[in-house]
Write a protein that binds this ligand. Structure first.
Ligand code: ATR
Length: 283
């Protein structure tokens, strides 16, 4: 963006948002890339998403992130959807193009990029997803593009897991994707993704032996799931901090056309910070 234009005014809209790391991340991206960007947080009352967005737009907002509980509402609010937002049925990034509001979803690509950076390949691997809510839905299309051997969804409510599996089976070129019931028997996987809203999933502990484990919730400290997975023999256990930074980088790119290069040093810096109380996937 030329320096003589007013800054690109961005925000995070959600509830709660007070502990979000997103402002810090985007301000650092702006500094790194020399882009004139402002990024604020807007805590919007639960039934007032549209009003909250309108107020921000009236004040000059030209793009925003959306977090819990508004990702589905944002999906309905925008005029146009990118393919990945359409498939996820949720929007976490809103941008203006040719006078129209577009909705995108950068969660899946952020997740897959983080895995790639830490050297975890999904290609030909067996992936187990615990949970079948919005967090799970948000990453599955990006996972499918990496050609896993299979995706298994284990959810407390089996029917919800099954419905999600059926939904993604329709995606062109999809690998085997199916739902299983939660049971006391271990499930076999190379990568286990914790995508429920609970700290610990319903999963036989032995399932973790020798696997990679990834908690979609983020924290600058080890999460309870990470600790539990390592105690039960996981080969490694990560949380969603890397995904948070990578999805933010993708959003920043959408808004400014400039891709932040140094996401990994940002993650390293965040890891030295004390952890605020962060809820599941609340960007
Ligand atoms: P999110 O958008 O964070 O994914 P969500 O759409 O409400 O939130 O989904 C929450 C997920 O956590 C669901 O998979 C839910 O399982 P159900 O489909 O059976 O409701 C799961 N979950 C919530 N509470 C749970 C609990 N006490 N034990 C196990 N799973 C739970």
């Amino acid at each position: 963006m030329p320096k003589n234009l007013s800054p690109c005014r961005l925000a995070l809209i959600g509830n709660p948002v007070a502990h979000s790391l997103s402002p810090l991340i985007h301000r650092e991206f702006a500094r790194q890339t020399g882009q004139a960007v402002t990024y604020e947080v807007r805590c919007v009352p639960l039934k007032c998403f549209v009003e909250g967005v309108q107020a921000f737009v009236d004040e000059g907002g030209v793009g925003f992130n959306v977090t819990i509980p508004f990702k589905e509402e944002a999906y309905r609010w925008v005029t146009r959807l990118t393919e990945r937002a359409r498939i996820a049925q949720a929007v976490n990034t809103v941008f203006l193009k040719d006078g129209l509001w577009w909705g995108d979803n950068t969660d899946g690509v952020g997740f897959v990029r983080d895995l790639a950076y830490v050297g975890i390949s999904i290609c030909n691997q067996r992936v187990l997803i615990l949970g079948a809510g919005g967090a799970a839905r948000g990453i599955i299309s990006a996972l499918l593009l990496e050609n896993p051997k299979e995706i298994v969804i284990a959810n407390r409510t089996f029917e919800k897991g099954e419905a999600l599996a059926v939904y993604f089976q329709r995606m062109k070129g999809a690998c085997s994707i199916r739902a299983v019931a939660i049971s006391k028997n271990p499930l076999i996987a190379d990568l286990i993704i914790h995508a429920t809203s609970q700290e610990l999933p319903l999963l036989a502990p032995k399932s973790c032996r020798g696997t990679g484990c990834y908690d979609l919730a983020y924290s600058t400290q080890e999460t309870p799931f990470q600790k539990w997975a390592v105690q039960n023999g996981a080969a490694n256990a990560l949380n969603g901090l890397g995904m948070l930074v990578e999805q933010a980088a993708e959003s920043f790119f959408i808004w400014t056309g400039v891709r932040p290069k140094d996401t990994r040093s940002m993650i390293a810096r965040l890891l030295t910070m004390p952890s605020p109380q962060l809820k599941n996937n609340s960007m």
